[in-house]
Design a protein around this ligand. Structure first.
Ligand code: UD1
Length: 421
């Protein structure tokens, strides 16, 4: 079991490179098997969840060729979800469900295990099922497996209103609808940058999708997709994590290879706390203010403040003057890491989905366990800002979504080593 040992108290300084967006890549990898032609994907993040998706393609009968650290040639010819052993690997991650939309659209049949992933709430998939059903599929969930198949008639376009704004359901139903007969209109969809990226990728293979990034997506189904070559957008959450780290350690970090527009909600909150944030064409620079102020944060679908940045901003607020309130409105169990922060001396009270944070001057090192991916990164951040030495265990969670995390942090002055115990 690997763990991080961190000696804190040093401001982070320098330039850090952001990798490709994990959550965009997960949808795009699944979509890539919708053509039998090879698809070249660049700027792929080298993280464990991506490795699982690529392994899944191979175990389902497709092929994956690594061209370099971040470039893969994927060929979906031969992929089938009919063999339970081939799809079993998908239980390990959340995004395995994207193969339902991809395979249903392409072959009219998908059989995929129920999604795993971080335990941050109940995470139902009823909106995915609602969408597939409206397109004419018969969807059943039995013994931990989702089976979706079309009957005598092929998938057909439909007008679908999502009852909750869901990233996963938007991408999944968009994929299936892009090969359905006729027009589909998706309303109340998610607008996250990776929705736009997934739509752009599908269009690059020949799909006809308009409106991604707005509340309504219009799709005209096409019969067949063709080969494509595509570069994934930078990771908004990895970038935001480094931004919070720069602020919390009172450092000065240029976060490179980003789209500053995607980071606006994070930039706004860091500025409200008194930090200086410069926006450049493809970078942001965060200069941490010595005395930071309280603020309130509520997580919301994009362009609101991302739930995947909630643990990081809550942690940064532990060292801000005054009482801050963070409201988690997307997932119901996303404050599990707070017990770990308390070990460092943080003063946080949880009341349902609300965290009340009373700022203190210093955190002190502690022995902690990462409860999930983003919370794990937040604990590392707290340790970098704290007095003394900390240990963060269970870092396999962190490695699911952050590429070369400790190496990147050492590159900006973080005193962090990865130890295999
Ligand atoms: C994706 C991201 C995850 C991020 C989340 C919210 C991936 C692989 N994961 O997860 O990192 O935290 O978006 O930005 O991209 N919901 C339903 N029914 C459904 C689907 C969702 O009620 O069928 C609810 C969820 O419980 C949650 C909310 O909708 O309360 C948003 O979930 P959703 O956007 O679907 O999250 P994921 O796609 O699972």
């Amino acid at each position: 079991m690997e763990k991080y040992v961190i000696r804190g108290g040093r401001p982070l300084k320098g330039t850090v490179q952001v990798s490709g967006a994990k959550n965009a890549a997960l949808g795009i990898i699944a979509a890539s098997i919708m053509t039998d032609d090879p698809v070249l994907i660049e700027n792929m993040p080298n993280v464990n969840d991506i490795g699982v998706m690529l392994d899944a393609i191979v175990s389902m009968g497709g092929s994956v060729e690594k061209k370099d650290a971040h470039t893969y040639l994927i060929c979906g010819n031969g992929v089938s979800t009919e063999d339970a052993e081939g799809t079993d690997i998908l239980r390990r991650i959340r995004a395995g469900y994207y193969f339902i939309g991809a395979m249903l659209g392409k072959n009219g049949y998908a059989c995929v295990p129920l999604p795993g992933g971080c335990n941050i709430g109940s995470r139902p998939i009823d909106q995915h099922i609602k969408g597939f059903t409206a397109l004419g599929a018969d969807v059943r969930v039995e013994n931990g497996v989702v089976t979706a198949k079309v009957g005598d008639t092929p998938l057909h376009g439909a007008h679908i209103y999502f009852d909750v704004v869901s990233v996963g359901a938007t991408i999944n139903v968009m994929m299936a609808a892009s090969m359905a007969d006729g027009q589909t209109i998706l309303e109340n969809v998610a607008k996250e940058p990776h929705i736009v990226d997934a739509a752009n990728f599908l269009n690059s293979m020949g799909a006809n999708i308009r409106g991604a990034g707005t509340d309504t997506i219009r799709i005209r189904g096409v019969k067949k997709f063709h080969k494509s070559s595509y570069a994934i957008i930078p990771d908004q959450i990895e970038a935001g994590t480094f931004m919070c780290m720069a602020a919390m350690t009172r450092g000065d970090v240029i976060v490179n290879n980003v789209i500053p527009k995607h980071l606006e909600s994070i930039t706004a909150k860091l500025r409200e706390m008194g930090n200086v944030v410069f926006e450049y064409d493809e970078a942001v620079e965060v200069i941490g203010e010595a005395v930071q102020r309280r603020t309130d944060v509520k997580t919301l679908p994009y362009p609101g403040f991302p739930t995947d940045m909630q643990p990081q901003i809550t942690t940064a607020l532990c060292l801000a003057k005054g009482t801050s309130i963070v409201t988690e409105s997307i997932f119901e169990s996303r404050f599990k890491y707070v017990d770990e922060l308390r070990l460092m001396g943080a003063n946080i009270t949880i009341n349902g989905n609300v965290a009340i944070i009373s700022g203190i001057d210093r955190l002190s090192g502690a022995y902690m366990t990462a409860p999930d991916l983003r919370a794990g990164a937040a604990l590392v951040m707290a340790a970098l800002a704290a007095n003394g030495q900390s240990t963060v265990e269970n870092i396999s969670y962190i490695l699911r979504g952050y590429e070369n995390f400790d190496e990147k942090l050492r590159g900006i002055g973080g005193d962090i080593v990865c130890i295999d115990s």
